[in-house]
Design a protein around this ligand. Sequence first.
Ligand SMILES: CC(=O)SCCNC(=O)CCNC(=O)[C@H](O)C(C)(C)COP(=O)(O)OP(=O)(O)OC[C@H]1O[C@@H](n2cnc3c(N)ncnc32)[C@H](O)[C@@H]1OP(=O)(O)O
Length: 413
Amino acid sequence: MVDIRSLADADVADWARALNTGFLRSPALTEEQVAERRSSIDLSRTLGAFDQGRCVATFRSFAQKLTAVGGAEVAADAVTNVTVSPTHRRRGLLSRMMAKDLDAAKERGDVVATLIAAEYPIYGRFGFGPATWTTQWEIDVPRAGLDPRWSGPDDGGRIDLVDGADVRKLGPDLHERLRVGQPGAVDRNERWWKQNTGLLQDQFHSWSEPHYAVYRAPSGEVEGLVAYEPVPHWSDNKLPQNTAKVRGLDAVTPAAERALWQYLVSIDWILKVRTGHRAPDSLIPLYLPDPRAARVVTQADFLWVRILDAVRALETRTYNGAGSLVLEIRDPAGYTGGRYRLDAGPDGAACVPTTESAELSMDVRELATLWLGDESAVRLAALGTVTEERPGAAAAADALLRTSRRPWCPDMF
Ligand SMILES: CC(=O)SCCNC(=O)CCNC(=O)[C@H](O)C(C)(C)COP(=O)(O)OP(=O)(O)OC[C@H]1O[C@@H](n2cnc3c(N)ncnc32)[C@H](O)[C@@H]1OP(=O)(O)O
């Protein structure tokens, strides 16, 4: 029997080797790399599967804050580093590790679990549903039609270049402002800022210092930050054909967002801008006089959510107007199934178990997909994954749950 347990210090090297094996990276690790890994994980929330003393599967979770619709946050169990060695696949190891971790999360009182799925088909069976999507565009700069004489924002604000040390000072406060206003966003810790400014490097990602620029509002306050990497290329006849790859752009006002994208498509020698993963309803194409110059190159599910406590999840978010809904939630794993009456109004929402007839019934997966406001119950009813027990209930659910802007998670984890 393969033993699944949390790690002791002495297991970390073996666990890290198994993690690399599962992610098809070199299994060789130096002592420094193992020590670095040790410093970044909570052993009590790091699981390994051991067969004859050798680690053959990995799983880790950590505490995360996830922004719900309306700006309140819920406690999330963030799942990452999931691998099963190719010698041990499809024997139920992931299922066992997931059950152990979700049991502990439920016990702790976490409202949801979250993850970024490597492949779409893996996590639905564990009650996770895709809750945010992501889009990447490639902008053909010469076709965009922007005035080539542009030289900075015309709203009294300015763009300034800054360095990594400035980013570590300015970035965390800016990101906190972004996070509380962006349903689907998650918190970043100090380690995130060190890793994303080159102060902490690992063996897998080669680091080169990007260019950083900030947008300052007319008041002088920093309202946006972009990190971008120019990829050099010149044609045979000496025409510049460089690409700017955006590593991240955090903006807390529409003015900052517009000014930073305009800046990126105005840099001399840059013919293409790769936007990185943005909200699927980003205004990027519409900033351009010719929106067709922005071509979608990636469109995919991003943050997956597993609701562990339907009552707290539904009471934490806000709703459009007032209304009520009786939901039947199926949860074969037993964490949060049941029938609930949701009463939502301008002063908050109450969600209580009920014996009234259900109006809409669904698996807990679909609840996750609807909860952050991105998906439509009418669409899921047409798909057959949500059942209308009362005609019109799906449209009523949409009127309450959907949001005018789509949720978005800017970060991989
Ligand atoms: C949050 C993250 O870390 S995402 C990274 C996930 N890791 C990877 O993709 C690395 C490469 N893949 C792997 O390591 C493994 O294949 C894993 C972790 C995805 C799956 O581990 P396993 O131990 O094989 O899964 P397990 O045996 O518990 O499978 C449970 C069920 O899911 C199915 N399943 C598992 N993986 C997949 C997959 N990639 N695609 C489709 N179905 C899958 C199994 O067939 C099984 O179905 P069944 O219950 O109908 O029999």
